[in-house]
Design a protein around this ligand. Structure first.
Ligand SMILES: [Zn+2]
Ligand SMILES: [Zn+2]
Length: 394
């Protein structure tokens, strides 16, 4: 049983919510690694650090992570369990959810006897609904839940915000705050949805409310400021976005975390930061990126400058800034291997940006390769048909 649980947790369990729910089990696993505690916010980052910093653990986890994102593998392991219990069922629900298979997650949840369903399984199924856009199903499940904890309400806020039902998300937060201390996670969750909706007025309101309620929650306020700056940029207000971001960071006395991506090729784990030229095969990587760019453009792709959050330097172009993002470098590194890996897998410590998301969808299609990017929030499975498992809710 431990093997199965290890597998499912390691392969699929590092979404914020699932990890939050299984916090205890997870922390036991990493507690003796000092480096691994570096970032509580980004479980993926912890995982990757774990891989780098702890050899024994590396060997154990490597085999599992090597299959990350493979829903078929997870289903095979799940089916091999003779008496699935709440943990295996929940792990499988979570796996379905992260892979955009909401209906499968709901069906499995419905098979669990009502008195065995717990907060973790409820969170995972609501998360699955959220990522698959199943609002009515989410409301049905939510209304059936007797004890609505902070995590459960947060997931429902997430679901509503992803589907742009902001008034109902706000209502949930308001009614929660009538009898509880406000929850900063609910606000960040709502802001993510507002960013995708490019709703600047409501975003500003939510962010300012966050600042007044949670003046000491610096990390969350930085996340909120960056989300808001991204909205300004996505509306073409690049300068305003940059100014807002730098002013807020100065005010909060915080620095932005550096984006890092990891990929494992031929048993070697390689790390990239943006515009990294430290790898010995750097010139080949950048030549491959040029080929990516040419192919993307030939297929009608337009690089999306709204995701650039800093001034472009004299020697740079929109294309060169965006092509230098760490996940694109990691993907290009896979494509210069011979043979090219049949599935390309990348882990990133922050959320993937919209340009990398759109470009990777098209690269997967042009090059006919499955690409899996596990970012700080979820697993994106870019299929060779040009679609992502998150269905563009990210
Ligand atoms: Zn990017
Ligand atoms: Zn995606």
């Amino acid at each position: 049983m431990n093997r199965v649980l290890d597998f499912l947790v390691n392969v699929f369990g590092f979404s914020d919510n699932f990890r939050m729910a299984l916090n205890k089990d997870y922390e036991v696993e990493i507690s003796d690694d000092s480096e691994a505690t570096a970032s509580k916010e980004f479980p993926v980052f912890e995982t990757s650090k774990l891989l780098i910093s702890k050899k024994k653990m590396f060997i154990k986890v490597k085999k599992e992570v090597g299959k990350s994102g493979s829903i078929d593998q997870a289903r095979d392991v799940y089916k091999s369990v003779s008496n699935p219990n709440i943990i295996t069922n929940t792990s499988m629900i979570n796996a379905y959810g992260l892979n955009g298979m909401g209906m499968e997650a709901i069906n499995l949840y419905r098979e669990i006897p009502i008195d065995e369903r717990n907060e973790v399984s409820q969170i995972c199924v609501l998360n699955a609904c959220s990522h698959s856009g199943l609002l009515d199903e989410a409301w049905n499940i939510y209304n059936e839940i007797n004890i609505k904890t902070e995590k459960i309400i947060t997931i429902m806020v997430d679901c509503l915000s992803r589907l742009f039902v902001f008034d109902e998300a706000q209502n949930l937060i308001d009614s929660y705050e009538k009898s509880h201390r406000p929850s900063v996670v609910m606000y960040i969750t709502m802001l993510s949805g507002l960013r995708n909706h490019r709703n600047i007025d409501l975003s500003e309101k939510v962010y300012h409310r966050m600042k007044s309620i949670f003046p000491t929650e610096k990390d969350s306020l930085v996340s909120g400021a960056i989300l808001l700056a991204n909205i300004y940029s996505s509306l073409g207000e690049h300068q305003q976005g940059r100014n807002f971001r730098s002013n807020q960071l100065r005010e909060l006395k915080q620095k932005v975390k550096i984006g890092l991506s990891w990929t494992e090729v031929n048993d070697e784990l390689v790390q990239f930061k943006a515009h990294d030229r430290s790898h010995p095969r750097s010139s080949e990587i950048y030549a491959e990126l040029d080929r990516f760019a040419a192919e993307l453009i030939a297929h009608g792709y337009k690089f999306d400058s709204s995701w650039i959050t800093r001034p472009i330097r004299e020697y740079e172009t929109i294309q060169s800034v965006l092509c230098g993002h760490s996940e694109k470098l990691a993907i290009a590194y896979n494509f210069i291997q011979r043979p090219i890996p049949s599935i390309i897998q990348v882990t990133k410590n922050l959320r993937i940006c919209g340009d990398c998301h759109a470009a990777t969808k098209l690269i997967a299609k042009i090059r006919q390769r499955d690409i899996i990017v596990r970012d700080a929030h979820r697993i994106h499975h870019f299929h060779s048909n040009g679609k992502c498992s998150c269905q563009d809710h990210f």
